[in-house]
Design a protein around this ligand. Structure first.
Ligand SMILES: Cc1ncc(COP(=O)(O)O)c(C=O)c1O
Length: 370
């Protein structure tokens, strides 16, 4: 179906704006749960993806839980009526003061991947539950999440023991295959390898209570539903076997739930012919949430106008700032009669765009004038 038919794009609001479709978030959640057999309380929505109140409320009404990376996200969630018991603090490396404040706010489950982090948690959030981020292959991810976090799964026995020795309660492990990973072979290989490791760990009496399979489900310029079904074929046997071992399997789908539920609506502010190329300047740019383009992510761009022209040509779509990197794409096919005032939509814009303003709950530093 044409993307524009899926949104009732406001004609009253001044551009730029992101139009979100909440029904789509709900149907994505239902599809995700059905396809991978998750109950809603096993879903921990990572709020870094989009912390819009209406989305949080919808997920809360559906009985989902939440994952945060900073204490300010805990505060935001609590201001929206989310209970501390529904929140896990997944960021493996945290400031001690954030752990302390989160504990004060009622958070009792923390992620970690080093002994030193466990020492900090034990001191500032005594007696809490902990789980360990492990490092896994991200081959095929459009945006790998590797290297910065994650311990080798073989370190789990000693991390479990260390946690207990400092009064913490180790639950299990988490991982992430990287954003938008549609590579079935990687999903298969990772789950197969983990399954073998789980058997080894259980032989070593490591009491695994939870496995958090993170995010990474395809959701960017692909048929996310068909792709999830293919991934389900590959990973469901493992999920079933882990569940049968009484291990609670959790997931943190972000993009899958919200990415295709949002489009950016922009207006053309100028059309410039320069050196044989056509530049379309729009009223919002990549520094307004689309920084990911600098790392290689691509977005789709379409004209919202009914063009009278049958002729299309490749044009450069760029943002309004004076920075010359502020370019959405250099080869977008647009009708040749496109003009100032015409509207374009840029998508998917439901994930990581609006939330890029204070990404993962971390604000820009203040300036101190001397
Ligand atoms: C810990 C964690 N969980 C879940 C997600 C969501 O991933 P995705 O948007 O691929 O679903 C992220 C994204 O960066 C993450 O860091």
């Amino acid at each position: 179906m044409n993307i524009t038919n899926q949104f009732q794009i406001s004609t009253e609001d001044e551009t730029p704006f992101i139009q979100m479709n909440l029904e789509k978030v709900k149907s994505n959640l239902d599809f995700f749960q059905k396809t991978l057999s998750f109950s809603s309380d096993e879903i921990f929505y990572p709020v870094k993806v989009n912390l819009q109140k209406e989305i949080v409320e919808l997920l809360n009404d559906s009985n989902c839980n939440f994952e945060v990376g900073a204490v300010s996200e805990v505060e935001e969630l609590k201001s929206m009526g989310i209970k501390a018991s529904q929140i896990i603090f997944g960021n493996p490396i945290k400031q001690a003061s954030h752990i302390k404040r989160a504990y004060y706010l009622g958070i009792r489950t923390f992620g970690a991947d080093t002994e030193n982090e466990l020492r900090k948690i034990s001191k500032n959030a005594p007696g809490s539950d902990v789980y360990f981020r492990i490092d896994i292959d991200n081959t095929g991810a459009e945006w790998a999440l590797k290297g910065k976090f994650g311990t080798n799964i073989d370190n789990l026995p000693s991390l479990f023991e260390f946690s207990k020795s400092v009064g913490l309660n180790p639950l299990g492990f988490s991982f992430h295959l990287g954003w938008n990973n549609a590579n079935e072979a990687t999903w298969k290989m990772v789950f197969e390898q983990l399954d073998k490791k789980i058997i080894e760990l259980q032989k070593k009496n490591v009491d695994l209570k939870t496995i958090n399979i993170g995010g990474g489900f395809p959701a960017h310029l692909n048929n996310q539903y068909a792709d999830l079904e293919k991934i389900a074929d590959v990973i469901l046997p493992y999920l079933k076997s882990w569940r049968e071992k009484n291990i609670k399997v959790l997931a943190e789908p972000g993009s899958f739930l919200v990415a295709n539920a949002g489009v950016l609506v922009t207006s053309v502010i100028e059309k410039v012919e320069r050196n044989g190329k056509t530049w379309i300047f729009v009223d919002s740019g990549i520094f307004q949430g689309f920084y990911w383009i600098l790392g290689g992510l691509k977005y789709q761009i379409e004209s919202l106008e009914k063009s009278k022209s049958e002729n299309f040509k490749k044009m450069i779509v760029c943002g309004p700032t004076c920075d010359t990197h502020d370019i959405f794409s250099e080869d977008i096919l647009l009708p040749t009669d496109i003009k100032t005032g015409d509207k374009l939509i840029i998508h998917p814009a439901g994930a990581y765009i609006s939330s890029a303003q204070k990404y993962n709950g971390f604000d820009y530093p203040k300036q101190i004038i001397d």
